[in-house]
Design a protein around this ligand. Structure first.
Ligand SMILES: Cc1cc2nc3c(=O)[nH]c(=O)nc-3n(C[C@H](O)[C@H](O)[C@H](O)COP(=O)(O)OP(=O)(O)OC[C@H]3O[C@@H](n4cnc5c(N)ncnc54)[C@H](O)[C@@H]3O)c2cc1C
Length: 250
């Protein structure tokens, strides 16, 4: 890490469990919602980092899962966005039961690899699948808040138009962000591209070319990330510049 990067990083106490209080929740999709928390002592995070979330049952049983942070910058406010695994242990609670005023334990921020810093000036290609948009959203917000003029593009793949996290924010015109939507199961009416999984041709048509040497961040389910990473390398992107984050699942 360079001296400059160290100064960019907000102060934080990574190893401690903090008790956050839910400030608000927002239904994002039929299966997912965003959750805003006040976490005293958090101290901020870089765009792209994640937190560990710990739930404790009345009998003392604990479950810990990782969640990317949709917010970035200084302060004690943390936004998460969670998609429900119907048979999962933790995500159904976070999506269906957690209410404003409830407490949630968080540890972090974690991760120093899958991050974007406003000091970076190269073009940035973001490629997200489903809830994989969450750390990319933090990068988009950080980019906008910092006034960075680094060209940003997002390729966002979702099942149907209803399954997009942060839809209204992403649909708000932003001269520094170019968004391409991909649908895998159902498209909006009249959409020119038939519903199908992301393919090399989609990346070739909409993403920054390898010749521009963009920084590339790919996040989503494991299969999505592997497909996209392989396609990017086939299109000539330097694997060193392709950073990936996997959420598990198919
Ligand atoms: C660094 C990182 C960041 C992450 N960020 C986010 C985030 O921002 N938002 C988010 O929603 N998740 C995120 N995840 C995933 C998250 O950590 C959990 O894995 C997820 O919420 C499921 O947890 P769970 O306890 O509900 O399910 P678990 O009880 O842990 O079971 C989930 C596992 O069981 C299997 N499984 C269960 N149900 C299904 C199903 N319906 N379909 C397919 N497989 C199934 C899968 O193998 C899956 O991995 C992140 C993961 C990592 C590693």
């Amino acid at each position: 890490m360079t001296e400059r990067e160290t100064r960019d990083a907000p102060p934080h106490r990574v190893g401690l469990w903090h008790v956050g209080v839910v400030v608000s929740t927002n239904t994002e999709t039929p299966t997912g919602r965003s959750i805003v928390l006040d976490v005293p002592g958090w101290g901020g995070n870089l765009a792209g980092q994640h937190a560990d979330v710990r739930l404790t049952a009345p009998d003392g049983y604990q479950a810990v899962r990782s969640y990317s942070i949709a917010s970035a910058g200084d302060g004690d406010r943390v936004e998460l966005a969670v998609d429900r695994f119907p048979t999962g242990e933790v995500s159904p609670y976070l999506v269906d039961e957690l209410q404003p005023g409830d407490e949630l334990e968080l540890r972090g921020p974690l991760g120093g690899w899958f991050v974007w810093r406003p000091s970076q000036t190269e073009s940035v290609q973001l490629i997200g699948g489903g809830s994989g948009i969450v750390p990319l959203m933090a990068m988009i917000r950080s980019h906008t808040a910092s006034g960075s003029t680094a060209p940003f593009r997002l390729l966002y793949s979702v099942r149907t138009p209803d399954d997009a996290f942060f839809r209204s924010e992403l649909d708000t015109p932003n001269p520094h962000l170019d968004v391409t939507w991909l649908y895998t199961r159902r498209t909006p009416d009249g959409w020119p591209r038939p519903a199908s999984r992301i393919a090399l041709a989609d990346i070739e048509a909409s993403a920054f070319a390898a010749s521009l040497a963009p920084a590339v961040f790919v996040c989503g389910p494991t299969g999505f990330v592997e497909t996209v990473a392989n396609d990017l390398v086939a299109l000539g992107h330097d694997p060193q510049r392709v950073k990936t984050e996997r959420f598990g699942g198919a």
